[in-house]
Design a protein around this ligand. Structure first.
Ligand SMILES: Nc1ncnc2c1ncn2[C@@H]1O[C@H](COP(=O)(O)OP(=O)(O)OP(=O)(O)O)[C@@H](O)[C@H]1O
Length: 473
C-alpha cells in the first residue's frame, strides 16, 4: 500500500474527513504503521495513541515554560552566549524585556537542540532565532555559518534588515573586529552579483528564498557543510506550497548529513504539529531530541485583537468598506483582497486590488497614503510600496495574501478582510499583521466584510482558532 503522507506536502488542510476510523492495532516494533490510508482525523488520533507517542521521545513533545526561573531582561537571558556588542545593539534598538517565546526558547536554542518555535503572530520569533544565530557565528571564519530560509522576498528583506541592525558594530570596536555580513539571496535579485560575493568573501549570514538558494546549492557555489544553523521561517507555509515543498525537502535532507547542525523551524501556525514533529525525526530533518516550544497553545490568536464582521450584499461591498474606513478613521491599516483569477487575467480585466484602490483613491477622503501590494507588480514596485509604508505617517495598504505572512508593520491598528481568506490559517496570519507591539495594551481591530452566506465560513474560522467575532453595524 502506498504511503500517502510520505509523498504529500504537509498541512494540506485543517478540515478533517468524517470517515469512520478503522480500529488501530499498533505493535511496539512498528514505528510508522497505520498512516498509510487513513484520514487526517485518524492520524491525529493515532498521535494520541500511547504507543506512537512513546516512539517520539518525551523530551521532544511540547515544552512547558519554567516560570520560576524567569529572566527579567534579554541581557540576563543571553549573557555568556551572545556577544556583548550584539546585546548592546539589542538594547539600543529597544528590546529589553524578553517576550514569552524568547523567554521559553532561548535557553533551549543556546543548548544546541533543534527546535520548533510555535508562537502567536507578532510574538518575537525573529529576534529569538537571530539571537541564536549571533551566539553561534564566528566572524573570524570566512564561511556562511547561518542560513535563514523565508517564503517571500518581502519577508526576506525584513529579516535581513533586522539581522543587519543587530550586526552593526559599535564605534569603539570598529577597527578591532571583523564585521558580520548578511546577504539577502532573494528571488528577483541579481544572482551574478551574489555568486561573485559568495565566491570572493562568503557572508556570515544568508537570508534566502528557496528559488535563488537552490540555484546556488546546485551549482555548488553555496555549501551547506559550513552552516552551524539552518532556520526555516513560516515552515508550514513552505510545506503547503506546491512550488516550494520539493526544494525544501531536498534542502532539509541535504542538511541532515551535516555534522554540527542545528535546525530551527518557526511559525505561528503548525497544523498537525505532532505529525510534523514525528516526521522531522523520521526523515532526520531534526535530531531526535528536537523540542517543540509551543507558546499559548490554547490561544492561537493574540488576545489584543478584536474581531468583528459586517454583512452586506455583493454590490455594496465597496461602499460598506468606505463607511467602515470613515467611521474607524484608521491611521495605518491593511485591506486584504483575494487574488485575481486566471480567467479574469486572460480577459484583461483589472485585478480586484486595483479596482478597490481606484475606488478608494476616488472616494476616500482620509489623509493616509493608499498603496498597493500584489504578486503581479514588479519587484521594484513591491519594494517601493513597502518602504513607503515603513517610512511612517498614515497608510492604507491594499494587499493580497503576499502581505499576510511575517510582514511586520507595527503601526498597523486595523485589518480589513475585503475578501475572506481561504482558510483559518490564512485568517490567523492576516489578522496577525496587527497587534505587533509585544507589550502594548492597544486593542487592534480585524473586520471582515462578508455576504450573509459567508457567515458560516467565518464561524468555522472562529471555532478552529478559538476566537469570537462580533456583528458590527
Ligand atoms: N523583546 C522585545 N521587546 C519589544 N519588542 C519586540 C521584542 N521582540 C520582538 N519585538 C518586536 O515585535 C514585533 C514582532 O516580532 P516578529 O516580527 O519577530 O514576530 P513573529 O513572531 O515573527 O510574528 P509572525 O509570526 O507574524 O511572523 C517586531 O516589531 C519586533 O521588533
Amino acid at each position: 500500500m502506498a504511503c500517502l503522507y510520505a509523498t504529500q506536502p504537509y498541512f494540506l488542510s485543517w478540515t478533517f474527513s468524517v470517515q469512520p476510523s478503522p480500529p488501530h492495532r499498533l505493535s511496539p516494533n512498528c514505528t510508522r504503521p497505520l498512516f498509510l490510508s487513513y484520514t487526517n482525523r485518524t492520524v491525529n488520533s493515532l498521535f494520541g495513541h500511547k504507543l506512537l507517542r512513546a516512539s517520539i521521545s518525551s523530551s521532544c513533545l511540547s515544552h512547558e515554560a519554567d516560570t520560576t526561573n524567569r529572566s527579567s531582561t534579554l541581557r540576563e537571558l543571553c549573557e555568556g552566549h551572545v556577544p556583548d556588542h550584539v546585546l548592546r545593539r539589542v538594547e539600543e534598538v529597544g528590546y529589553i524585556v524578553p517576550t514569552n517565546v524568547q523567554q521559553q526558547a532561548l535557553p533551549i536554542l543556546f543548548s544546541g537542540r533543534d527546535c520548533i518555535l510555535h508562537a502567536q503572530t507578532g510574538s518575537g520569533k525573529t529576534l529569538a532565532y537571530l539571537l541564536l544565530v549571533y551566539s553561534l557565528i564566528n566572524t573570524q571564519r570566512s564561511a556562511v555559518q547561518a542560513l535563514i530560509v523565508v517564503p517571500t522576498r518581502e519577508l526576506g528583506m525584513q529579516v535581513t534588515k533586522v539581522a543587519r541592525v543587530l550586526a552593526a558594530k559599535p564605534e569603539d570596536l570598529q577597527l578591532e573586529m571583523k564585521s558580520c555580513t548578511v546577504m539577502a539571496l532573494l528571488d528577483g535579485g541579481t544572482l551574478r552579483r551574489h555568486k561573485n560575493w559568495l565566491k570572493a568573501e562568503p557572508p556570515t549570514i544568508v537570508v534566502a528564498t528557496l528559488g535563488s538558494l537552490c540555484q546556488m546549492v546546485e551549482k555548488q557555489i553555496f555549501k551547506l557543510e559550513t552552516l552551524r544553523v539552518l532556520i526555516i521561517d513560516e515552515v508550514d507555509f513552505m510545506f503547503n506550497s506546491s512550488k516550494q515543498v520539493g526544494s525544501l525537502r531536498k534542502l532539509l535532507t541535504s542538511y541532515s548529513s551535516s555534522n554540527h547542525r542545528q535546525t530551527i523551524f518557526a511559525s505561528a501556525s503548525i497544523p498537525q504539529h505532532r505529525r510534523f514533529l514525528y516526521d522531522c525525526i523520521q526523515q532526520k530533518w531534526t535530531k531526535a531530541d528536537v523540542v517543540h516550544v509551543h507558546v499559548n497553545p490554547i490561544e492561537p490568536m493574540p488576545s489584543s485583537l478584536h474581531h468583528r464582521f459586517v454583512i452586506c450584499g455583493k454590490k455594496e461591498r465597496h461602499t460598506a468598506l468606505l463607511s467602515l474606513l470613515q467611521s474607524d478613521a484608521p491611521q495605518c491599516a491593511i485591506i486584504f483582497v483575494g487574488v485575481q483569477s486566471e480567467k479574469s487575467k486572460k480577459a484583461g480585466d483589472a485585478s480586484p486590488a486595483t479596482l478597490l484602490i481606484n475606488f478608494l483613491k476616488a472616494s476616500h477622503m482620509g489623509c493616509s497614503d493608499i498603496l498597493l501590494l500584489e504578486e503581479d507588480m514588479n519587484l521594484n514596485q513591491r519594494a517601493a510600496s513597502l518602504s513607503e509604508v515603513r517610512q511612517g505617517g498614515g497608510y492604507l495598504l491594499v494587499a493580497t495574501d503576499i502581505a499576510a505572512r511575517g510582514v511586520d508593520l507595527p503601526e498597523t491598528t486595523h485589518i480589513y478582510n475585503f475578501d475572506l481568506p481561504k482558510d483559518a490559517v490564512c485568517y490567523l496570519h492576516r489578522a496577525g499583521r496587527t497587534g505587533r507591539k509585544p507589550f502594548s495594551d492597544t486593542k487592534c481591530i480585524v473586520t471582515s466584510v462578508i455576504r450573509s452566506e459567508e457567515r458560516f465560513v467565518l464561524q468555522r474560522f472562529e471555532n478552529e482558532l478559538m476566537f469570537h467575532c462580533d456583528k458590527f453595524m
